[in-house]
Design a protein around this ligand. Structure first.
Ligand code: NAD
Length: 272
C-alpha cells in the first residue's frame, strides 16, 4: 500500500451512488433505517450499505439538498425505498418530526444510525462557549434526541448505532470539545444499552480512526501536517459502514453497549 495524496476537491464517494453488488446477505429486507448525516462520508456509505441489503433508508441531514440528492441516488441504484429528510439533529422538534415522518412513510422504524457530527479544531485559548455548545449539541445531544424518539417508535429487534470516534479513548491537541463529546457519546451508548435491553432493543457504538471523508481532509491539522499520508492509516467509509451494518443486524443480537474500534489497529493521531 503506497502513499495516498490528499484529495484537492470533493471526495469520490459523495458523487457515486452505485450500490455494491455481489452480496448475498440482505439482512434488512422490509426494514426502515434512519441515517443522520447520511448525505456525506460515513453516513452516505452506511445508507448505501443498508439499501444494498434491502432496507428503506431515510437520509436525515442538515443539508437538505444533499440529502435529497443522496436519496435520489439510492433510488436510482434500486433501493426498496429512500427519502431525504432535512433535519438538524440538535433541534429537538426536528428530530421528533423526522422519526414521525419515517414511520408515517415506511410504516416502521428498525434502525437509527446517529452519525451526524462535526469537529472544531482549536487550541483551548481559542475555544469559545459557542464552540462547545455547537459540538456537544450535534455530536452528543442530537444522538440523545434520536435515542429517545427511537425508544418510543421501535418494536423489539430495533437497533441504534452511535458513530463516536477513537478520540473518545485517546485524543490529540486542539480537539477538546470533540473528544469530550465523543467520550460522552460512548458513555451514553452504555447508559442507553442498559435501558434498551428490557425493550428488546440494542444500542452500540463504533469508534472510527481516520476515515477518508470531507471531515478528515477539512481538519487543518491533517491539511497542514500531512500532505501525504500512509494509506494503511486511513480507512474507507465502507469499512465503517460494514461495521455499522453488522451491529444493526441480527448477527449482533447478543452485542449490547459495545464500543467497537474501527481503526486498522492504530489508535490514530490524524483523524476525526
Ligand atoms: P462528513 O463531514 O463527510 O459528513 C457529516 C454529515 O453530517 C454531513 O452530511 C453534514 O451535513 C451532516 N451534519 C452535520 N451537522 C449536522 C446536524 N446538526 N444535523 C444533521 N446533519 C448534520 O463527516 P464524516 O467523516 O462522514 O463523519 C461522520 C461521523 O463520523 C461524525 O460523527 C464524525 O465525528 C465521525 N468520525 C469521522 C472520522 C473521520 O476521520 N472522517 C473519524 C471518526 C469519527
Amino acid at each position: 500500500s503506497g502513499p495516498m495524496r490528499r484529495p484537492d476537491a470533493g471526495l469520490p464517494e459523495a458523487a457515486a451512488h452505485e450500490i455494491p453488488t455481489g452480496r448475498e446477505a440482505r439482512r434488512f429486507d422490509g426494514q426502515t433505517v434512519i441515517v443522520t448525516g447520511g448525505a456525506s462520508g460515513i453516513g452516505l456509505a452506511a445508507a448505501r450499505r443498508f439499501a444494498a441489503e434491502g432496507a428503506r433508508v431515510v437520509i436525515a441531514d442538515r443539508d437538505a439538498a444533499a440529502a435529497a440528492r443522496a436519496a435520489d441516488g439510492l433510488r436510482a441504484a434500486g433501493a426498496a425505498g429512500a427519502a431525504g429528510a432535512p433535519c438538524d439533529v440538535a433541534d429537538e422538534a426536528q428530530v421528533r418530526a423526522c422519526v414521525a415522518e419515517a414511520v408515517a412513510r415506511f410504516g416502521r422504524l428498525d434502525v437509527v444510525v446517529n452519525n451526524a457530527g462535526l469537529m472544531v479544531v482549536k487550541a483551548i485559548p481559542d475555544l469559545t462557549a459557542d464552540d462547545w455548545r455547537r459540538v456537544l449539541a450535534v455530536d452528543l445531544l442530537g444522538a440523545f434526541f434520536f435515542i429517545r424518539e427511537a425508544f418510543a417508535a421501535m418494536r423489539p429487534g430495533g437497533a441504534i448505532i452511535n458513530v463516536a470516534s477513537v478520540h473518545a479513548l485517546e485524543t490529540t491537541p486542539q480537539a477538546a470539545a470533540y473528544a469530550a463529546a465523543k467520550a460522552g457519546l460512548v458513555s451514553l451508548t452504555r447508559s442507553a444499552a442498559l435501558e434498551a435491553r428490557a425493550r428488546g432493543l440494542r444500542v452500540n457504538a463504533v469508534l472510527p480512526g481516520a476515515v477518508d471523508t470531507p471531515m478528515l481532509w477539512d481538519n487543518p491539522n491533517v491539511r497542514a501536517g500531512l500532505e501525504v499520508v500512509d494509506r494503511a492509516a486511513v480507512g474507507t467509509p465502507d469499512d465503517v459502514a460494514a461495521a455499522i451494518a453488522y451491529l444493526a443486524s441480527a448477527d449482533a443480537r447478543f452485542v449490547q453497549g459495545a464500543a467497537l474500534v474501527i481503526d486498522g489497529g492504530r489508535l490514530d493521531r490524524l483523524g476525526g
